[in-house]
Design a protein around this ligand. Structure first.
Ligand code: SAH
Ligand code: CA
Length: 215
């Protein structure tokens, strides 16, 4: 399901800051050479993530789900000068590609890549994080939220991607597949969490933006 008229999406992209040459090249190479290129955030969502990050001015960011590094580069753009981003992915085959584009973007001192199952790696990571971007396996979204929550500063943000899941989120909870059900449960959990304020932005595949108000 397209949430927004494709002509409107194209207009919005055209009237947003273009991708840097490194991101444009990474976008092209991901589409040419990597499986499931639809997972890459892309021009408009990438600029949204960069804009959010600039608004937050984070010192420490955690990303769960690196893929080819596109969103990591976008998020790192808003770091304060002494800031740092940690990103985790289970698939280490993409590491050489990710490293080369982090260098092309001039961010080799700002981004650390970690490889392994995020469920196992998060407990060993030291916060406090000002921004967490959840974008790995949908089945674990609620686990990731619970694992990171105490490591997020009060006033910090958790952003989760694909929370509208191409519109499948509207399907009957009892009749849908596991991933859709996990995302429905995640969205319900956020709605009922009194410790946070949140907005579900219907951008691309749905971005849940959560601000931690109290611990
Ligand atoms: N954030 C990227 C896209 C991420 S795609 C962007 O916007 O450009 C989702 C990624 O999650 C894939 O690369 C996949 O390998 C990774 N992933 C899936 N399950 C995981 C797990 N249990 N732990 C860590 N990463 C996982
Ligand atoms: Ca995604």
């Amino acid at each position: 399901m397209e949430f927004i008229d494709p002509a409107i999406s194209a207009y919005a992209e055209k009237h947003s800051t273009p991708e840097s040459s490194a991101l444009q090249e990474l976008n092209r190479e991901t589409h040419a050479r990597v499986l499931m290129p639809r997972m890459l955030s892309g021009h408009l969502q990438g600029r949204v993530l960069s804009m959010f990050s600039h608004m937050i001015r984070p010192k420490l960011i955690l990303e769960i789900g690196t893929y080819t590094g596109y969103s990591a580069i976008c998020l790192a753009e808003g770091l304060i000068p002494e800031g740092h981003l940690h990103t985790i992915d289970i698939n280490d085959e993409l590491q050489p590609l990710v490293k080369s584009y982090i260098s092309k973007a001039g961010l080799e001192n700002k981004i650390t890549t970690h490889y392994g199952n995020a469920v196992n790696l998060i407990p060993a990571l030291q916060g406090p994080f000002d921004l967490v971007f959840i974008d790995a396996d949908k089945i674990n979204y609620s686990n990731y939220y619970k694992l990171v929550f105490d490591k997020v500063n009060s006033g910090g943000y958790i952003i989760a991607d694909n929370v509208l899941w191409s519109g499948k989120i509207l399907e009957d909870t009892g009749k849908t597949d596991k991933d859709t059900r996990a995302l429905q449960d995640f969205n319900e959990m956020i709605r009922n969490d009194k410790r946070v304020e949140n907005v579900l932005f219907p951008i691309r595949d749905g971005l849940m933006v959560v601000r931690k108000v109290s611990t």
